[in-house]
Design a binder for this molecule. Structure first.
Ligand code: ZN
Length: 264
């Protein structure tokens, strides 16, 4: 159990900000996944601390030898294996479900997630941009169509797109790979519209997602931060909840229900 002390005043303020917002969106990072037991990449216990950080050329290696890449991938070696095993066992936590509740209440209009673990989808988020892709999907690098695993046969490697014949890779964005333009455009237009941004478990240091809060701040958006740790964004936030998102977000949903039930 964490030593998180519920901060009722901050929860109330966060709920009121969300209620007042015309277009609230969320930006989710690794913190919410860590709470589901998924190891982070960096830091103590991180996958790259254990296996060594990739050199930033993974996309080039895929392009140089897509068949070889796929053969290695299917053998599930190194950190990919541990990551897939852990993610397959992981379950969405109360923070994922609270975000779905906020979406159903019409408060959260969109979620931008930097996580590739499919947990937002499994929890039921519908308005979702997975900016780094989804480990359980595939994508054509020519037309950017995304596919469910079972839609593409892996009998012959590398697989090709049934629509355009382009190379198919896993949807997770590799080092050195550009963010698929359709996803990036959608994120940017959501950020453009938002007047309130809920930052969940993200230190917002990895681009392009790191640029979103700054963009939103330029047009006057308000910020709610939910994070165990102080981040470079904490200072500019209107409300900061310093604790696990699984313990901070559900009380915000409860408070919103109370506020909504009150006669005006
Ligand atoms: Zn295609």
């Amino acid at each position: 159990m964490s030593d998180f002390t519920k901060d009722d005043a901050a929860i109330d303020k966060a709920a009121r900000l969300l209620l007042q917002a015309k277009y609230a969106i969320a930006l989710a990072g690794a913190g919410i996944s860590v709470e589901s037991g998924i190891p982070p990449f960096r830091g103590p216990g991180g996958l790259w601390t254990k296996y060594g950080e990739p050199d930033g050329r993974s996309y080039d290696r895929f392009l140089d030898d897509p068949k070889g890449w796929w053969q290695t991938y299917r053998k599930r070696e190194g950190y990919v294996s541990e990551l897939i095993d852990t993610i397959e066992k992981a379950k969405p936590n109360p923070a994922h479900y609270a975000m779905v509740d906020l979406e159903k209440m019409g408060i959260l209009k969109h979620t931008i997630s930097q996580n590739v673990d499919n947990l937002h989808v499994r929890a039921g988020s519908k308005e979702l941009s997975e900016i780094h892709g989804n480990m359980f999907k595939l994508r054509c690098i020519s037309c950017n169509r995304r596919f469910e695993m079972e839609e593409i046969s892996l009998d012959e490697l590398p697989p090709h797109c049934p629509h355009c014949g382009g190379l198919v890779k896993t949807d997770g964005v590799m080092f050195g790979e550009p963010i698929p333009p359709r996803v990036l455009d959608r994120c940017q237009s959501e950020v453009e519209k938002c007047d309130c941004m809920l930052l969940v478990g993200t230190s917002s240091t990895v681009y392009p997602a790191a640029g979103f809060p700054a963009d939103a701040a330029r047009h006057g958006a308000r910020f709610i931060e939910v994070n165990l740790y102080e981040t470079p964004l904490s200072e500019m936030c209107d409300v900061v909840l310093r604790g696990p998102s699984a313990e901070c977000l559900p009380p915000i949903v409860e408070r919103l229900k109370e506020l909504a039930a009150k006669p005006k």
